[in-house]
Design a protein around this ligand. Sequence first.
Ligand code: KG4
Ligand code: ZN
Length: 794
Amino acid sequence: MSLHNDNALVVALDTSTDMLACAASWIDVQTGEAKLVSGDHLCRRHANVELVNTVDGVLKQAGLDRSDVGCYVVGRGPGSFTGVRIGISTAKGLACGANVPLLGVSTLDACAWTVWKAGVRGKLGVLADAMRGEVYPALYVLGDEGPERLFERERVVKAAVALDEWRQTAGWDQVQLTGDGLVRYGKLLGEDETARCVEQDLWWPSGEGLLMAHAAGDGDPARVLPIYTRLSDAEENERKRLGLAGSAQSEVTGVADELAGRHLQFRPMGAADAEGASALETACFEGAGHEAWTPSMFLSELGEGVAAPRSWWVAHDDGQLLGLAGGMVVDGDVQIMDVAVDSAHRREGIARKLLSHVSYDAQMLGCTTASLEVEDGNEGAIALYAVLGFTEAGRRRGYYGAGKDAIVMTAPLPLVLPLDNASPEPTAAEQRVWPLPAPGRTVEERAEIEHRRLVLAIESSCDETAVAIIDADGNMLANQVSTQIDFHARFGGVVPEIASRKHVEVIVSVVDAALEDAAASLGLTGGAIAPSELAAVGVTQGPGLVGALVVGVAFAKGFAYAAGKPLVCVNHLEGHLFANLLAQPDLKPPFIFTLVSGGHTMLVHVKAWGDYEVLGETLDDAVGEAFDKVAKALGLGYPGGPIISKLAETGNPKAIDFPRALNSRGDYRFSLSGLKTAVTLYIEQETKAGRTIHLPDLAASFEAAVFDVQYKKAKNALHATGCKEYCIGGGVSANPHLREMMIKKLGRQGIRVTVPPLSACTDNAAMIAEVARRKFDRGEISPFDVDADPNMTL
Ligand code: KG4
Ligand code: ZN
């Protein structure tokens, strides 16, 4: 069957709850009849395994093909964070792979429509399970036309609190109840309330409910994001701490700032900032018709008692406040209450970054828009807000005094934040026309693209979202990395929940950028490479953070399936090994390989490609982890590797004699916790004795202790196996001293030493593409029911 009507076939999916909801609807061209096929089924924690095949099954049952789909609809939650991300990432992949619109739907709305479809009318309360004793409560009126919301913003509250609130509402004794929260919290209901629960079959969102709910958006998959109702635990805790404490101490930001010589840092406003914030405010608005905020006004914003959630951020440099911005969450809108930047630091992108943080928090709290007021005639501010996506929504006459009008501006969230030097972190995509126009190609160009057998590879195992495109001969045509370091740095390490959220936010933009780069590398002028022009899709399957891996894997599966391309799963550790092939294409086993990254430390005998004997691993910390912990102990920020190696440049490696663990011949195991303890003890002792620590000497001596052991064990393994080749990989192999030492010392013994290009040491997709290209060549294809594997080994 073929569809003549463009957008006739719509496929909806949702994995926010234990229900894998999936349905397809279309209009039969012959009869004009509306048709529906559903694949809804309960599926606990297996959504990533079953989702793509369920979509495929539904299409097959409908007698339709994946190329017939004109639009995808996805449930955006709220629900299980990972569940929501699996559905959204898969849907983004499907829509990008097919180049069709993706629309988002609130899962709570879908629940209401599911019940409406079953014929229920009147008031309905949806009690959706939010885990940890909490629910997402949502009240509706089900009229003849469909459900109507009696709330603005999805939110999360304790189950008992939600019920108590509801019991106060008029007509409660008529409200019928649904939602998967009833499974766990049904016991909190009174008898008459239990009697008002709808049939249990209707407690979960159905695919049909999703299709009926009002889908929103411009169709661009880049802009469809989960509905969250709270910040990550790490952020919540930090906020509480800052709001109470007298100190505004917070970790310094990432190495990117440090190395660029910038000290500007951002963090949520703390109680200790109140005085400084008020002073900055007063200085900024001197002479304006605006009452400056007093310290106690700021303090009352930060307390726990505020009725509507707030988000306040400051920009600071060595303790001096340079800027602040704050907003208040009112229903689904964040009302920006204040933006102030030190006059000596205007035009540095500070206001924009502050607003991006405030609006990001608001989005995590369920907001979909931002609004603010600006004085008519303040062209600088109006221009700044316009760049972020704000447009004029109205005017308040005389708001700033006689004849001084306020312009009310609103913007959809996420704000438009172009990637540039002022904001190197991943941000939301710019608005664009979607679907993309089909690329214009000549016959020769088409043949050339096909001949090249392009493989697109995705890496999302930790805090980098990376995409590369490689051709059959190993030419790297695109190599995009979007790093989240700035978002994790103030916590002193990667926060898994933040990492997962960021991957979902940027994955489409990073894929798009890679597709554009590849077209440019090939000299094509007719548009970016289309998914249909690829030969295969590769993705990191593991090891790594499970919630981060899942985003890449789900997206890759949807993308490959919709584009009709084979899927190739890659082991991240093999990627670090293959990074050496990017520097030395004729590297051939047998050889010895050292892997030193943030999560792994191992010495490997590579007997043949794919035949790995792990000679030894670390018993405790990984080498990169030890660098990070030492840097943290010194208050140097995250990640530690680059900072320590920079400091070590001018230090004396013999200054301090740190221990070398498990140093006997034939023992290939590593242990770094003893060294870490020795360094911490040293810092404590020196500080107690009132001596200042010579950081370069400490860094150089620490490096020497780590690298001596690495060298000796590698040398012993080379001798024992008779291998004449050696290579290294992982984030720590970016360390210049380690590279130099191995090249010089092993080189002197007649060993050929290969080190990866610097850009391919820390996590990247080029190395994943190199593995994927070879696996694809050998026909090692993965089925669409693979899942991320956080514990994969070599
Ligand atoms: O391979 P990678 O990017 O991520 C994992 O797969 O774990 O490695 C990140 C690790 C971090 O611990 C970081 O501190 C370390 O690599 N690193 C370095 C250097 N650059 C990054 N360690 C020492 N010296 C460096 N120059
Ligand atoms: Zn890695």
